[in-house]
Design a protein around this ligand. Structure first.
Ligand code: G3I
Length: 375
């Protein structure tokens, strides 16, 4: 009997010990979780404080009299963080792919407007402008165009019908169109495209005239890359737009794409001089596709260097007489064309893959504030 009682005692003791042990363990785990939670909350609070302290970029940009924006994809607008960041921070969006010839006009008699419609109503709900990209380009063409075999007159009709339909559909709703994109080769001659080959150099002025006819309010842009500073290509573009203006062609601006890398920055003084000569012609300038690619993995010093490059170009834009939009080719490193096109490169935008602002974001905010305090 006593042995049994002792055994009972031991068993009860063991059970009690286990119970107390697991309560203590539970408390420890709970404390750890609480500590972790507090740490996360602290971090969130710190971020919130910084975000409260700095107004969203769009508010600052508006006060500076410019638009700040990003290129967007329809499918990504369903991602809450993506849509939230866009409407919080930007006041102009560019259709990255939705309005290109191939996606929007896949068959001769078929247009596919749903993606562009969605993006444009998103901008309207959120008080943003739209840059329509792009009417005449040599890439992303549907096969009925890319492999088409038509007479010159038929090519002209294809172009006219496309421009009148697409621009006409969004009449009064698109702030600026990239009417002609990348028509100049690096050596300063017109790029050998399907449009040049089949229609001749007049295709450029035809495109502007029809776009203007379809939407007289829209600002019409020539847009290109590698011609941001002073070089053979930017000289040729300057001469092209000057001759268009002399012929009375309705062109209102030039887009400087600004796809650059840490190793290959653009020279801010040259960009300023190029913008000035375009402004002197009476043309507006937009920075249309800026990103700054970095060889991966990106180090902190690279991000700081990148931030300075964003800052320098924004400063140039803000000091110009008429540089009215600063648009990046995306905004989060989670979705960018860079890794797919430049192997080993990435981290080109101002938010990281978790939508956290990078040094470039803070430099942009600081540059806008600096401009406001100088005014
Ligand atoms: O939408 C199709 C999808 O249906 C298909 O399954 C998939 C398979 O590859 O392709 C998808 O289309 C891709 C499209 O992006 C949308 O994601 C195309 O293949 C791809 O070629 C296309 O790339 C775009 C590129 O232009 C085309 O040259 C990039 O997203 C876009 O960022 C890039 O943008 C250009 C500007 O228009 C002009 N300036 C340079 C800039 C960067 O290249």
């Amino acid at each position: 009997m006593p042995l049994r009682r002792e055994l009972h005692g031991v068993i009860i003791g063991l059970i009690a010990g286990l119970a107390i042990g697991s309560i203590i363990k539970g408390m420890i785990i709970k404390t750890e979780i609480r500590d972790l939670y507090n740490q996360i909350s602290d971090l969130k609070r710190q971020i919130a404080v910084v975000k409260v302290a700095i107004p969203p970029l769009r508010n600052l940009a508006e006060k500076c009299g410019i638009y700040i924006g990003a290129a967007v994809e329809r499918s990504l607008l369903d991602i809450p963080d993506y849509a939230y960041t866009l409407k919080q921070e930007f006041n102009i969006l560019t259709t990255e792919n939705a309005l290109k010839f191939g996606p929007v006009h896949p068959q001769p008699d078929t247009y596919s407007f749903s993606d562009a419609d969605y993006i444009i109503s998103f901008t309207e709900r959120n008080g943003m402008k739209v840059r329509g990209h792009t009417l005449m380009w040599h890439q992303q063409l549907p096969s009925w165009v890319a492999q088409g075999n038509y007479s010159r007159e038929e090519w002209i009709n294809i172009m006219r019908e496309h421009i009148m339909t697409v621009v006409g559909r969004y009449k009064g709703r698109i702030y600026a169109w990239d009417v002609v994109n990348e028509a100049m080769a690096d050596n300063g001659t017109l790029r050998d495209t399907i449009w040049l080959r089949n229609i001749g150099p007049e295709y450029i002025e035809m495109a502007f005239r029809w776009a203007h006819e379809a939407d007289p309010q829209a600002l019409l842009f020539y847009n290109d890359y590698g011609a941001e500073g002073l070089n053979v290509k930017s000289n040729a573009i300057y001469n092209l737009v000057k001759s268009l203006l002399e012929k009375g062609v309705p062109i209102h601006g030039v887009g400087l794409q600004m796809h650059v890398s840490l190793e290959n920055p653009s020279n801010p003084q040259e960009v300023a001089a190029n913008i000035k000569r375009l402004n002197d012609l009476g043309l507006e300038v937009h920075i249309t596709e800026m990103d700054v690619r970095i060889r991966m993995p990106a180090r902190w010093e690279d991000l700081v260097e990148q931030a300075k490059m964003y800052r320098d170009i924004l400063r140039v834009c803000l000091s110009a007489e008429r540089c009215k939009a600063f648009v990046m080719w995306g905004f989060t490193d989670k979705y960018s064309w860079i890794p797919g096109y430049f192997s080993g490169y990435g981290a080109a935008l101002i938010f990281d893959e978790s939508y956290m602002p990078k040094p470039a974001y803070y430099h942009i905010a600081a540059t806008l504030i600096e401009h406001l305090t100088k005014k």
